[in-house]
Design a protein around this ligand. Structure first.
Ligand SMILES: *[C@@H]1O[C@H](CO)[C@@H](O)[C@H](O)[C@H]1NC(C)=O
Ligand SMILES: *[C@@H]1O[C@H](CO)[C@@H](O)[C@H](O)[C@H]1NC(C)=O
Ligand SMILES: *[C@@H]1O[C@H](CO)[C@@H](O)[C@H](O)[C@H]1NC(C)=O
Ligand SMILES: *[C@@H]1O[C@H](CO)[C@@H](O)[C@H](O)[C@H]1NC(C)=O
Ligand SMILES: *[C@@H]1O[C@H](CO)[C@@H](O)[C@H](O)[C@H]1NC(C)=O
Ligand SMILES: *[C@@H]1O[C@H](CO)[C@@H](O)[C@H](O)[C@H]1NC(C)=O
Length: 683
């Protein structure tokens, strides 16, 4: 029917079309490709990241302010060398950053991504979860595998546990819509492999590979150190139960093996598996990425994601002070918290896709004696004389305002613990697993609820004190307005008397030599939470004794969590049951570190300088010309035990008993609690 010439013409034009579209694809902007579909390969995503050109002027200003901000970082000289071999720190952060500065000023970096990662890498080496620089530009994709790993044993008492392959599509409250369809569409079918033992990863024995990954925690492998010792870092790689999403929902964490906020450093993982049905199988599984930044071209990605928004520049320069001075201004601000594993948009997507029980296999099926955002109270079914208090974290991320949160925690603890006692409960399991910290005041409310007669809850602390910081504290004293954290009247001396003037606090500084380096800190002080506990709790006597409590921990417990549990351990002898860790770990801490008493962020430092009128001082860091999150350890805590090591960071708080997670209970906290009740309290 068709004329041969016309067929030819059609063929030619189709060919032409192919040539043109191939040309277009070649010319297409990498960030357009990376943001055009929900899921793309990690290679496509990373091509966008490295397409942002290195800008020397901008980078020099970033690194200059980063180095100037170090004066606020209380651990700088402490972490030059650790006195405790169990908690190693041998990092000269200033020298590392000065190297970045030198490279920036001379040969430069291949791309903006390489520059930002150099700073992130320097801070990551500190393994101090409070202190990290992350440019928005380097965290604008979420990188995902279709599987997670959990290290599991047959019995909690086994000496060794084995890495297990877990298909993570059905993990409750993790969101990630379309991930399975994406992997199926590219021919990666993992469901039949669920539950297989992982023998090797990239050709290396699986346990060795994972322990190395946790030990090195290289940012170029997409990993953030965050915790001081290897066990919690290892646990962060693993799938594990938690309630750490935005609305405090029970979930199974994907873990950092299967989900990274930074480019994972390779585009696929090769695993050798021993499936349940026998045999040995080696499969290569690519990384998938989903874009969570803004912009659909390199240019718009730079302006909308990498650079600060016009709003945030204005906000930094004009702090709304009036708002901050209203009710409990300081307690609404002071936090000790480690950044969550996944980026905000990923966590919000997870919360929106909430899975309620019975679909949610993690959720306990127990009588609730109280629930408030991040706090759950239960009575055990098989051990009715044992109650459970699960502190998922110490701050809400669902928009609950600070005062409502503080009151809710206090009321829920008061009513819940009293109701448990009325129901015949005599012992309490405190589960802290995965608690990243939060408001210092929320931790104090929890401490004072349990120990209302203690003079004050928490540890003494110090700020670092440079000449610039001393002048900031003088300005705060002179203004008397209480807008600055350097206002002496927010704090008490070690006899719990309110400070009367700045000479009892920051001016003059207390000279100190730390690891051979001259340094200076404030005098030791305590947070002021009132004269006694009556303002924060209706308990007047401790509801239970120290020996009635036992912690359940997976060694991920940091910041305010760690201050809370360290206090219970050091002051009241509370015991602990620690689960997980490296496959053959025999010793473990119930709180895997980051015990500095407060974290601040760069924006706070900038607004404190504005407040003191010192923003143009030559020693003052300047607002970043990029969008970045930069948090740092802002106060050191002073321990009650093991004082010779100086700071709480170096106190190794040994577990009482150590257990493996089993196939049967790693995703069911209820089973873990019943087991611990039996182990510690019997029938
Ligand atoms: C580099 O950064 C500076 C400072 O932020 C900016 O003014 C300049 O436009 C940037 N140059 C390019 C080529 O984007
Ligand atoms: C990017 O988004 C803008 C605004 O939505 C749109 O006008 C533009 O065509 C998009 N560009 C590309 C390359 O998709
Ligand atoms: C929850 O526990 C109750 C009482 O023990 C039981 O009847 C019910 O079947 C359980 N539900 C689930 C989903 O396991
Ligand atoms: C600061 O207050 C303390 C305690 O009241 C007092 O002993 C000291 O003299 C005061 N110092 C100055 C410089 O006012
Ligand atoms: C607790 O502090 C409040 C307010 O400072 C005070 O009125 C009250 O008498 C104190 N109670 C006790 C038992 O010390
Ligand atoms: C103590 O109980 C009263 C009512 O009995 C309540 O109004 C108040 O908020 C409670 N205070 C605290 C700190 O829980």
């Amino acid at each position: 029917m068709c004329h041969p010439a016309r067929v030819l013409l059609a063929m030619v034009s189709r060919l032409l079309l192919l040539v043109i579209s191939a040309g277009l694809a070649r010319a297409a902007d990498p960030c357009t490709l990376a943001s055009a579909s929900t899921w793309v390969s990690s290679k496509v995503a990373h091509a966008c990241e490295v397409n942002v050109p290195f800008n020397k002027t901008r980078s020099l200003s970033v690194i200059d302010s980063t180095i100037k901000a170090l004066q606020y970082y209380t651990l700088e000289n402490w972490f030059l060398h650790s006195p405790n071999p169990l908690i190693p720190h041998d990092v000269n952060i200033r020298a590392l950053l000065q190297n970045v500065q030198k490279t920036t000023a001379t040969v430069g970096y291949k791309s903006d991504w390489d520059f930002n990662m150099a700073i992130t890498d320097a801070f990551n080496k500190e393994a101090d979860g409070h202190t990290l620089y992350a440019a928005a530009c380097t965290e604008s994709f979420s990188f995902n595998l279709p599987f997670s790993i959990a290290t599991l044993a047959d019995s909690p008492f086994d000496k060794t546990a084995f890495p297990t392959f877990l298909v993570n599509y059905d993990f409750p409250n993790q969101g990630r819509a379309g991930l399975e369809d994406y992997f199926e569409s590219i021919g990666v079918h993992v469901r039949p492999l669920d539950g297989a033992r992982v023998l090797a990863i990239n050709g290396v024995d699986a346990s060795t590979y994972l322990v190395n990954l946790a030990t090195e925690s290289s940012i170029f492998n997409g990993l953030v150190g965050a915790y001081e010792t290897v066990n919690p870092r290892y646990m962060r790689l693993m799938a594990r139960y938690s309630a750490d999403t935005v609305a405090g929902l029970y979930t199974l964490e994907v873990g950092r093996f299967g989900q990274r906020a930074f480019y994972p450093g390779a585009d696929s993982v090769t695993v050798t598996l021993q499936p349940k049905q026998g045999g040995v199988k080696t499969v290569t599984i690519p990384w998938a990425a989903t874009f969570i930044g803004s912009g659909n071209t390199t240019a718009s990605f730079i302006s909308e994601t990498c650079l600060p928004s016009v709003d945030s520049v204005a906000r930094k320069r004009k702090v709304d002070r009036r708002l901050e001075v209203e009710a409990s201004p300081i307690n609404k601000r002071r936090k000790a918290v480690v950044a969550p594993e996944a980026q905000g948009p990923v966590r919000h997507a997870a919360s929106n896709a909430r899975v309620a029980p019975p679909g949610n296999i993690v959720q306990p099926n127990l009588t609730s004696f109280g629930h408030f955002v991040t706090l759950d109270i239960y009575q055990l079914a098989e051990h009715p004389k044992v109650g459970v208090v699960y502190f998922e974290q110490f701050e809400p991320s669902d928009g609950t305002d600070a005062n409502t949160y503080f009151n809710g925690i206090s009321d829920t603890l008061f009513s819940g613990l009293n109701a448990l006692k009325a129901a015949g409960v005599e012992k309490i399991i405190v589960d802290n697993s995965g608690n990243r910290g939060g408001f210092i005041f929320a931790g104090a409310i929890a401490l004072w609820s349990l120990w209302p007669q203690d003079l004050y809850p928490g540890f003494p602390a110090v700020f670092r004190d440079s000449d610039l910081i001393r002048r900031e504290s003088d300005a705060a004293a002179a203004s008397g307005l209480g807008e600055s954290e350097y206002s002496y009247f927010f704090y008490r001396d070690l006899n719990y008397v309110l400070l009367q003037n700045n000479s009892q606090f920051m001016d003059p500084p207390v000279p100190q030599v730390v690891n051979g380096v001259k340094d200076a800190y404030s005098k030791q002080f305590l947070d002021d939470f009132g004269d006694n506990s009556t303002a924060v709790t209706n308990f007047t006597t401790p509801p239970f004794e120290g020996q009635d409590y036992v912690f359940v921990a997976n060694s991920i417990c940091a910041s305010t969590c760690s201050i809370f549990s360290s206090y219970l351990f050091q002051k009241h002898g509370v015991r602990s049951a620690v689960f997980g860790g490296t496959p053959s770990s025999t010793i473990s801490q119930f709180d895997g570190g980051v015990k500095g008493s407060e974290v601040t962020d760069f924006d706070e430092i900038i607004s404190e300088l504005d407040l003191a009128g010192l923003d143009d001082d030559p020693a003052a860091p300047q607002p970043f010309p990029v969008s970045a999150s930069f948090t740092m350890n802002f106060r050191n805590a002073i321990p009650y035990v093991d004082k010779q090591d100086g700071i709480l960071e170096y106190v190794w708080e040994q577990d009482t008993k150590k257990y493996q997670f089993t196939h049967d209970q790693f995703n069911k906290p209820q089973k873990v609690w019943e087991f611990v009740a039996e182990e510690f309290f019997g029938h």
